[in-house]
Ligand binder design. Structure first.
Ligand code: ADP
Length: 300
């Protein structure tokens, strides 16, 4: 399977250019779409999920006997799409089992025996079987996200889009969610839109970085890491030195370790000044890719 996004642009009525000539070719597997808040990720995901229109450009989903013009043939897309939106809406006061049964019916699984088997299997897959009789409104964040995955797997989708899925999950819940996505991501296209670098680092064999509606990088994370190897330098500093470091060097990130800032800067040769060579991580890639560098705290 591949999803071919070519020259996609979208300007909102208020003049914000959310997508600016976006071209991305996404193969089977887990694809990370990384960008800061406001980069255009949701706009891109919602457009591919047929929930809103683009101004120009094309999107095609093809392979395995499928060839869909995504922007034109919306009904065809919806049949093969699983979508977990950023906001799943109000969680109903009905049980997980009842809700999934209802959603499966809406997705066209009309035979009740088949639907019961499907709902049972999905609840087991996402590890909610023991909680099937509980109201979804009382679920934890991680359980709600796993329920979201169960509903997006109805109908064996070829393309799965998850928008900011790990925001608000505690580390244990996040790991369980990662395991589930990894299992699913082997045969289909999974696009994981996130501002959390760790999500991409742990899960994705390919990624893109977008900012201000434009693709800044697209390819394997390993290639991006290679590209900045030997150019990232680190140093522990005092808080009051931060401003001076930011003005003298190309600061790509700083974070507190045991209350003390550790800064990473980008430099072709040694910046001197007590800096040591650092092994680049994906956060360095992310921040050094963003236009002008970022001097804020790295997202947790
Ligand atoms: P992300 O998902 O990366 O945070 P979005 O796609 O939500 O980015 O937003 C991209 C830009 O478009 C932002 O500047 C945002 O404020 C703007 N935007 C998003 N939705 C709308 C809308 N419906 N109307 C006007 N501007 C919007």
């Amino acid at each position: 399977m591949e999803l071919l996004i070519d020259g996609l642009s979208k300007t909102y009525g208020n003049g914000v250019k959310a997508l600016d000539d976006v071209t991305l070719h996404i193969p089977t597997g887990m694809f990370g779409l990384l960008g800061p808040n406001g980069a255009g990720k949701s706009t891109l995901m919602r457009t591919v999920a047929t929930l809103q229109e683009a101004d120009s450009g094309t999107v095609r989903l093809r392979g395995n006997g499928t060839d869909i013009d995504v922007l034109a043939d919306k009904e065809d897309v919806r049949r093969v799409l699983g979508y977990l939106p950023q906001e799943f809406g109000v969680y109903p006061r009905v049980s997980a089992w009842q809700m999934l049964d209802h959603l499966a019916l809406l997705k066209g699984v009309t035979r009740s025996g088949e639907r019961r088997d499907l709902v049972d299997a999905l609840l087991k897959k996402v590890n909610l079987w023991d909680h099937r009789k509980r109201r979804i409104s009382g679920f934890s964040g991680g359980m709600k996200q796993r329920f979201g995955i169960a509903q997006c797997l109805i109908g064996d989708p070829l393309l799965i889009i998850v928008d900011e899925p790990t925001a608000g999950l505690d580390p244990g819940e996040r790991n369980r969610f990662y395991d589930l996505l990894t299992e699913i991501g082997e045969q289909v296209i999974v696009i994981l839109s996130t501002h959390i670098v760790q999500d991409v680092q742990e899960l994705c064999s390919r990624m893109a970085i977008i900012d201000q509606g434009q693709v800044r990088y697209s390819g394997p994370p390993a290639d991006a890491l290679r590209a900045i190897r030997g150019r990232v330098w680190e140093k522990a500093i005092d808080k009051q030195e931060l401003e001076a470091v930011a003005s003298q060097h190309r600061l790509i990130s700083h974070k507190l370790v045991a209350g003390r800032p550790i800064v990473h800067v980008l430099s072709d040769g040694t910046p001197g000044d007590g800096f040591k060579a650092a092994e680049p991580n994906l956060e360095d890639v992310f921040f050094s890719t963003l236009k002008g560098g970022i001097t804020e705290h790295a997202p947790a």
